[in-house]
Design a protein around this ligand. Structure first.
Ligand SMILES: [Zn+2]
Length: 668
């Protein structure tokens, strides 16, 4: 479907109808809806304490309250309220003192603490203490604290047993998770005749995350008749961390690593014995010294198969829990009586296993509308959210920070009739670069110009078009941290992901006529770059795994698309370098900008505030009016993603008439 026009050697021409070819088709596979941020995890809170709190996925509720139990073992404490994977959660928090004083009436629990109403709201509750005397008193109080997304105080769960003996076991209770927002204290209540009981735990969750203890309604008995065959951490794709009982280095063949702060899916694979009875089981994941717990209750009918979500335990974990010094333990338990051989589905068999993680940092994006063809796209929160969701899901970053800049860039000439003009696109990119230089954002901010020359993609791209352009930028070239994309709904996020990849220095991956592909790309079949690992897109509302034999790399022009571990690792390298780095630059000066396209050379926007040279040094000559060389100079070349190039060259001096660089000459 690639155009055969002569200029196609320079242009990424994309026929709209050609799903083999293109950026125009890129997002067809991505689905459109963005998921509310913060909503991707749904582990449950609450505690395993008998009668303890539960909270599970689903919609959240505001702070609920409850009273502590009034009697012995059966007393209940409600713990954290709220949560879940959902969208907005009012951070319901509650703390109620559950109590388990036995022997006589125990006191009622403390007062509820309501959390805030925002996503970061929620309150932690510190469990009360249990002091008891007499009788079989004072056994474990304590529920779980919740965990919430944003920082906050640690909430201690109720304290454990005091002198008591037979009170209900706290199970995994005890320590609350991290909570946020205000703090709350579980009430302290005088018990009846038998001492004081108090406690309880509150905890709130704000985004469907909970921590601390797990309440999956299941037993503590390890499941029978199956074993854990593999554990993997998915962020954009699969990173295996255990196979057949042996811990694996958490890195892929091409060096992709677990990224700190990025939402993840822990996947527990199983192998079942013959004759295994299909039933619901729960996989419990404890992170970070048992301080945060997550679970997935799933009906297992057969051994896990890689590309099918069923028959594996898929446990969402929020990015906030993917920390430095990450450790974990996984077990699979029965939810009712099970039978079969005991293979002890627990890893590690004692203690915890640690996982190396990589700190990358945020991806800072400023999107700017570009007026062209008489129209200016409306960039609203919906646009911003869709872009953030896509980058959050695909890129090795702790999160995209998208800023809307409302002042349009003007002077561009991209229209339906210049849809395939690399010159028009290159000149417009020059305007975005000039805007970034003028705005002087922080060093690590990427500018994304958004153009929408006609009302619909069809009317713009009906006979082929360019969808985006970026410099293929070197690390030190801050001026080149820019991209220009079309803003059509459903196409913009994936186009941005591709172009921002170029701005991070990525070349094309091979396939479907992508220009100048990276010869080192490792997964090429029949000329197409495939992703090389099992992909996972957290934007998908139900868990899906992307087949590495079908999905092609984001930096090629084929579809369907996702990201390879190779490109993921390259992006991570760049983000780490940019966020961390002392970057060596040369002396600052002013420059002229020369743009090179299929029609020759033309001037871009001069650099009037001094900056260091950016790009690859190339030889150039200064000519006099007769065409004679006056002096040899150095220009600095940055290629673009569509075959054009930018050069930084010196301001002219007296007697300089023209410059010869690249394959052309241009008069000053
Ligand atoms: Zn490209």
């Amino acid at each position: 479907m690639r155009s055969t026009l002569a200029l196609s050697a320079f242009v990424a021409i994309l026929a709209l109808a050609g799903c083999e070819n293109g950026e125009s088709a890129r997002t067809l596979s991505t689905g459109g809806t963005s998921k509310a941020s913060g909503g991707s995890t749904g582990a449950t809170g609450g505690s395993v304490v008998n009668g303890g709190a539960t909270s599970s996925g689903g919609t959240s509720k505001g702070g609920s309250t409850s009273q502590g139990g009034t009697s012995a073992q059966s007393s209940s404490a409600s713990g954290g309220a709220s949560t879940s994977a959902g969208t907005t959660n009012s951070g319901g928090a509650t703390a109620s003192g559950g109590s388990f004083g036995s022997g006589g009436a125990a006191g009622s629990g403390g007062t509820a603490q309501s959390g805030g109403t925002s996503r970061s709201g929620g309150s932690a509750a510190s469990g009360g203490t249990t002091t008891s005397s007499g009788g079989r008193t004072g056994s474990s109080a304590g529920g779980a604290g919740g965990i919430s997304n944003s920082g906050g105080s640690q909430s201690a769960g109720g304290s454990g047993p005091d002198a008591g003996a037979d009170g209900p076991s706290g199970g995994r209770s005890g320590t609350g998770g991290r909570a946020t927002g205000g703090s709350a204290t579980g009430g302290t209540v005088q018990g009846g005749a038998a001492g004081t009981a108090a406690g309880g735990a509150g905890g709130s969750t704000s985004s469907g995350t909970t921590g601390g203890t797990i309440n999956d309604g299941c037993l503590d008995d390890l499941a029978k008749g199956l074993s854990i065959s593999e554990i993997a951490v998915f962020q954009a794709g699969k990173i295996s961390v255990m196979k057949n009982g042996t811990a694996a280095q958490p890195t892929t063949a091409q060096g992709a690593k677990i990224v700190q702060g990025k939402d993840a899916l822990f996947r527990v694979y199983v192998t079942v014995d013959s004759g295994f009875q299909s039933r619901a089981l729960s996989a419990r994941l404890m992170l970070n010294g048992q301080s945060a717990g997550y679970s997935a209750k799933t009906t297992i009918s057969a051994s896990t198969t890689e590309l099918t979500a069923a028959n594996s335990f898929n446990i969402p974990v929020p990015g906030s829990a993917i920390t430095d010094n990450l450790d974990y333990q996984v077990e699979i338990v029965e939810c009712a009586t099970g039978s079969g051989t005991d293979h002890s589905p627990l890893f590690p068999s004692s203690g915890v296993a640690s996982l190396a993680t990589l700190k990358t940092g945020p991806e800072k994006l400023t999107v700017v509308p570009v007026t062209s063809g008489g129209t200016t796209p409306t960039l609203d929160q919906t646009f911003s959210d869709a872009l953030k969701s896509y980058i959050d899901s695909m890129y090795p970053t702790s999160g995209a920070q998208v800023t809307l800049n409302s002042t349009p860039i003007t002077g561009c000439t991209i229209t339906a009739s210049t849809a395939m003009s690399s010159s028009a696109w290159s000149s417009c990119l020059d305007s975005v670069m000039a805007r970034r230089r003028s705005d002087k954002p922080a060093n690590d901010v990427y500018y994304v110009g958004v153009v929408q020359p006609t009302s619909s993609l069809n009317s713009y791209c009906g006979s082929g078009c360019i969808m985006g352009i970026s410099p293929v930028a070197s690390l030190t070239a801050s001026s080149s941290r820019v991209s220009l994309i079309v803003g059509y709904s459903g196409y913009a996020p994936s186009t941005a992901a591709h172009e921002i990849g170029h701005a991070h220095g990525l070349e094309h991956s091979p396939g479907c006529d992508a220009d100048q592909p990276d010869p080192k790309f490792p997964y090429v079949t029949n000329g197409k770059a495939y992703i090389g690992w099992v992909g996972w897109d957290k934007q998908q509302t139900s868990t899906k795994f992307y087949d590495p034999a079908k999905y092609t790399d984001i930096m090629a022009y084929c579809s369907p698309q996702w990201i390879s571990d190779y490109v993921y690792r390259e992006l991570a390298d760049r983000i780490v370098a940019l966020n961390g780095a002392f970057i060596i630059s040369g002396p600052a000066r002013t420059w002229r900008i020369v743009i090179e396209g299929p029609s020759g050379l033309w001037w871009g926007t001069p650099v009037t505030d001094p900056i260091p040279a950016e790009g690859e040094p190339v030889a150039a000559r200064v000519l006099d009016a007769s065409g004679n060389t006056i002096v040899q100079i150095t220009g600095y070349r940055t290629p673009t993603s569509i075959g054009t190039a930018f050069y930084m060259v010196p301001d002219p001096q007296p007697g300089w008439f023209a410059i010869a660089i690249g394959e052309g000459e241009l008069a000053y």
